[in-house]
Write a protein that binds this ligand. Structure first.
Ligand SMILES: [Zn+2]
Length: 103
């Protein structure tokens, strides 16, 4: 999986199609990510010291990475990411549309 925290992604299928946001969390083993303000689910909260009234809170649920695409900050298009090695041996990610390095 090439995505990482704070990448901008857009949802390409499912209920949340068309929404985009920043990646908040990555679960590499499950190939799922949590995206800011995407796939919100309502959670009923019991009253606690933090939320004395209890009530309903919205929280992001994870999204499978097959449902999202990276949004390239250089060309502004949803794209696939490639990986390449620079001469000095560091690995970088690049946009397969505009070929710009996006790390
Ligand atoms: Zn691009």
């Amino acid at each position: 999986m090439n995505l990482k925290k704070s990448d901008l992604v857009t949802v390409i299928s499912g209920n949340e199609k068309g929404k985009s946001g920043r990646v908040l969390l990555v679960f590499p083993g499950e190939e799922r990510i949590i995206i800011e303000k995407v796939n919100l689910v309502k959670r009923h909260m019991r009253p606690s010291s933090e939320f004395p009234q209890g009530g309903i809170r919205e929280k992001e649920a994870s999204v499978h990475i097959s449902k999202v695409m990276f949004l390239c900050p250089k060309c502004g298009q949803p794209c696939r990411l490639g990986k390449k090695n620079l001469e000095e041996g560091t690995k970088v990610r690049f946009c397969k549309k505009c070929k710009e390095v996006v790390n």
